[in-house]
Design a protein around this ligand. Structure first.
Ligand SMILES: Cc1cc2nc3c(=O)[nH]c(=O)nc-3n(C[C@H](O)[C@H](O)[C@H](O)COP(=O)(O)O)c2cc1C
Length: 189
């Protein structure tokens, strides 16, 4: 697939078949995803790939957050909150759930935004590579209510924090294409 076609084909997928994703495929995706740029070339990412019983444990923790989603009802509306709650109950049946962690870096030259941007670049590579392989994925915000439990469920070592979560599997839905804003540039001539 041409890069532009992959960019167009990538959508957040939130429903998956039960077909597992080969470990070799995940390894290859991670290998290429980590070609991303990073602040001071720190490559702050580490992937915690949960499948099988570990995936069940992660989902059990995330499912606890459905009770808090009502906090967003004013902003998102009841339908979106219900949809999200259904998704969070079992993460769309995704056979793999992946946490991405970074170390806490105590360096005045490296701020948290740069670490998050670096991980974001790596995550986008991951999502595009997954799309190219016919897989579906969705990036998730780390739910703050259960952040500590998630560190344990993903077996993240001390001194690191979770920056991102991704669900991965073979799509069982054709996601609706989200509209894009076009008023995104100011040309300074
Ligand atoms: C940093 C980040 C956090 C996100 N968090 C969530 C989330 O918590 N739950 C969710 O369902 N989707 C989440 N998404 C997916 C966005 O909702 C999605 O990318 C956006 O609606 C555009 O749709 P598309 O990815 O299909 O183009 C997140 C995406 C990003 C980049």
């Amino acid at each position: 697939m041409e890069l532009k076609d992959v960019l167009r084909a990538r959508h957040s997928v939130r429903a998956f078949t039960s077909a597992p994703v080969d470990e070799s495929v995940v390894r290859e995706i991670i290998e290429y995803a980590t070609l991303a740029p990073s602040t001071f070339n720190l490559q702050p990412w580490h992937f915690h790939v949960a499948t099988g019983a570990s995936r069940d444990a992660v989902i059990e923790v995330i499912a606890q957050t459905t009770q808090y989603l009502q906090e967003y009802v004013d902003k998102l509306g009841p339908e979106a909150v219900d949809r999200e709650a259904r998704f969070y109950a079992d993460l769309g049946g995704a056979p793999a759930v992946i946490g991405v962690s970074s170390p806490f870096i105590e360096n005045p030259l490296v701020d948290h935004t740069n670490i998050c941007l670096s991980i974001g670049a790596c995550v986008e590579n991951f999502l595009l590579l997954a799309t190219e392989r016919g897989l579906g994925a969705c990036n998730l915000t780390v739910p703050h209510w259960v952040a500590a439990e998630l560190l344990r469920a993903f077996d993240v070592p001390e001194g690191r924090e979770l920056i991102s979560i991704m669900v991965l599997g073979y799509p069982d839905e054709q996601p609706v294409e989200q509209e894009r804003s076009t008023d995104v540039v100011t040309w300074l001539r």
